[in-house]
Design a binder for this molecule. Structure first.
Ligand SMILES: Cc1cc2nc3c(=O)[nH]c(=O)nc-3n(C[C@H](O)[C@H](O)[C@H](O)COP(=O)(O)OP(=O)(O)OC[C@H]3O[C@@H](n4cnc5c(N)ncnc54)[C@H](O)[C@@H]3O)c2cc1C
Length: 332
């Protein structure tokens, strides 16, 4: 049986671990903290090419493919893990607050249509808007719990609180404070830390984003409602997620009350029911950003692969990323 070491137990590392284990690889995943404690824990869970992707790029293709994989991905994962995953095929509405925003929205929709992202004009409350019927949401916490259970069931070994300090030459394993851990291949999936693991990798940097959590009567919001990078949607339980921010503050994850207040103000403009409601929680996470989009594939002709740089869309892109990695790895 061939062996692979994965650095990073976020959604990218764990989805890849699960797929590789299904294909007969013996998988060990190292994380510097407990599993899914970083961006994949913090994420909102929108599966939203319509809201997130502007034009006809390779990323658009990847996002649409991954979105199309989601229903089967969720069902298979539920069966293997025994964990119920909240996946909602709820669509999204992008609001224009004035004529300038409306013409920008219309121009964006034309660019998106070339890449296969469909939308149509609609109204939301008093505003002109565009509806994106294919956008969806998933609860990242349920996906993460299911992935952990499915990985365990497939014999994936998880080594938490054990930072990898170095990738051994040619991907022959990794080094931690405990010593060297040999394997046939290494997959670097360490999110916003990935390029620190070996010299020469395309740089990734953290972009912090905050989210707020409110509670409203279930069913108040039927879709994702957004205006640019401000978005609000509701989970089945009634919990409402509102985001977000784009902050360049390094690896600092201190919650900033001023950012939280700003998100609350923007969210309440979209959903006035939130104006008088106090947020019950606020948190943040570090999106892994690169200049070129996700860096997925083999490093030269070494036994090292990378899967990082998913920026605002790692939950959406997880299934497609794992399929690419497992296709390239073949059977273990
Ligand atoms: C506020 C916010 C909202 C978001 N909303 C959405 C959304 O709605 N939809 C969507 O698709 N995406 C969303 N994202 C983006 C998404 O969260 C990320 O793209 C995705 O989680 C990246 O996953 P990852 O596995 O690459 O990274 P991470 O989840 O950050 O995992 C990387 C892991 O590597 C570990 N690690 C790092 N260094 C080492 C080391 N040396 N040794 C061992 N382990 C190491 C870390 O501890 C971490 O567990 C959001 C992000 C934020 C912050």
């Amino acid at each position: 049986m061939k062996t692979v070491t994965i650095v990073g137990a976020g959604i990218v590392g764990l989805t890849s671990a699960w797929r590789l284990a299904q294909h007969g690889w013996q998988v060990t995943v190292f994380d510097k903290r407990e599993a899914v404690a970083e961006a994949s824990w913090a994420a909102a869970g929108m599966l939203a090419p319509g809201g997130e992707i502007d034009s006809n790029t390779a990323l658009a293709k990847m996002a649409l493919h991954s979105l199309s994989m989601y229903p089967v991905f969720v069902r298979t994962l539920e069966v293997e893990s025994g964990v119920t995953i909240e996946y909602r095929d709820c669509g999204a509405v992008e609001v224009a607050f004035d004529d300038k925003e409306l013409s920008e929205l219309t121009a964006k929709a034309a660019r998106q249509a070339v890449g296969g992202i469909q939308s149509e004009p609609c109204r939301y409350r008093d505003w002109a808007a565009r509806s994106y019927p294919s956008d969806a949401t998933v609860d990242p916490l349920s996906i993460n719990a299911a992935l952990l259970a499915a990985c365990r069931a497939r014999g994936v070994v998880l080594r938490e609180h054990e930072p990898v300090t170095e990738v051994l030459p040619n991907g022959s394993g990794v080094r931690t404070a405990e010593g060297d851990f040999p394997s046939d291949r290494v997959l670097i999936a360490a999110g916003a830390w990935s390029s620190t693991l070996m010299p020469g990798l395309p740089e990734v940097h953290p972009v912090r984003g905050h989210l707020l959590y409110f509670e409203l009567e279930p069913g108040v919001l039927k879709t994702i409602v957004r205006n640019g990078h401000t978005y609000v949607f509701q989970r089945e339980s009634g919990g409402v997620i509102a985001g977000s921010s784009m902050e360049h503050v390094g690896y600092d994850r201190t919650v900033d009350p001023a950012v939280a207040e700003d998100i609350h103000r923007r969210a309440a403009r979209l959903v006035p029911e939130l104006a008088g409601v106090k947020p019950l929680d606020c948190w943040n996470g570090l999106r892994p950003a690169t200049d070129a989009g996700p860096i997925i594939g083999r490093v030269g002709d070494t036994n090292i692969w990378t899967a990082y740089g998913h920026f605002r869309n790692g939950i959406l892109l997880g299934p497609e990323t794992a399929q690419t990695i497992s296709d390239q790895f073949g059977e273990g």
